[in-house]
Ligand binder design. Sequence first.
Ligand code: DOR
Length: 428
Amino acid sequence: MSDAFITNGRIIDPANDIDEVGDLSIANGKIASVNSSRTSRAVQQSQTATVYDAAGLIVTPGLIDMHVHLREPGFEHKETIATGTAAAAAGGFTSIACMANTSPVIDTPEKIEQIYDIASKTAKTNVFPFGSITKNLAGDELTDMRGMYSAGAVGFSDDGVTVMNAALMRDALALSAELGFPIMVHCEEHNLNAGAVMNLGETSRKLGLIGSPNAAEDIIVARDIMLAEMTGGHLHVLHVSTAGAVGLVRQGKLRGVHVTAEACPHHWLLTDTEIEKQGTDAKMHPPLRTQTDIDAVIEGLCDGTIDAIATDHAPHAPEEKKQGMLEAPNGIIGLETCVPLVFTSLVEPGHLTAAEAIAKMTAIPASLLGINRGTLAIGTVGDVTVINPDLVNQVDVTKSRSKSQNTPFSGWKLKGWQAVTLREGREI
Ligand code: DOR
């Protein structure tokens, strides 16, 4: 825990409806003042306070990524909690929620405790684990969600695979209605998706590769919204990639269903033609789609249908990604490129204001996960991110803190980068 004094920044704190130039101070690891000269001076005068001149910069609550794969335990050759959180800190994130598709799968209260234990020893950022919905992600038996929730799970997900059994999903959502946690769903109907390595369309036909139709996603999104409606549970749709899914979430919200959604930068920036240029570095689940889908995802971000921005940071080792389109695993890294991609592609062209974009990476994910972060309210944890909206830089994946380098954004010139990340007032 440290003291810090950040001067003259544009403080954007969507949770408290603040967007103004001023000073922010952190004392003993907690937010001590926002624009109050009396407390600020006291912190500035303290021996230990680090002073940051934030003139021309944006000062926000520590960013939150609600969708990250940390791979530990079991896949430490791809990432560890130490390296994944180092990449998160470098990307401006102070809190991340990690997926359960590790080996073994995070499917018991003891395993939730194990993640917290490793994170307390090695993580640079706060780590909030998800438990799996089904045992061993096998899709045929529910986990002890009640026990895992008590142990600190912030939600439940079989991300990477879809829970195909609708009755199990009904039961999971019924428990969500009782206890209040979110059920985070990966939506791809397995049979329609069988053997697919990319989106179904012109490019897949040209390349002679098996494609997955938009309907594979839309069918599961529709089913799960119906189940959320029936049970009153909180459904969170992960990495929305199709125009149909955006429309279904929008309609669900209008009907009063407790459905929320997130989008990842690659799904509003790249089309399936990228597979031709980048091969397996553009291979992920759900796949890159078409311009029509991109337009719908951006519209969903603008009108609030898509609540949050997340990365689906999915590290895979170079030798795995080199295996070719059929064998290579799905996923790309994303923690260190998210802020500049958001600023360059959403804020700069005017799709979202800076405050709207930051809300989708702070207050909104904090509220979806029920964590006491994402705010600069006095007395709350002093997690703060400073962003330089004018800094232009090229993505250099060789400098990544992640163990893996699988990104389609290598070499992209982007504007608006994270500058400083503070966790409890200390620079990470
Ligand atoms: O592309 C993906 N990779 N999508 C997922 O949902 C899972 C992830 C992974 O674990 O590699």
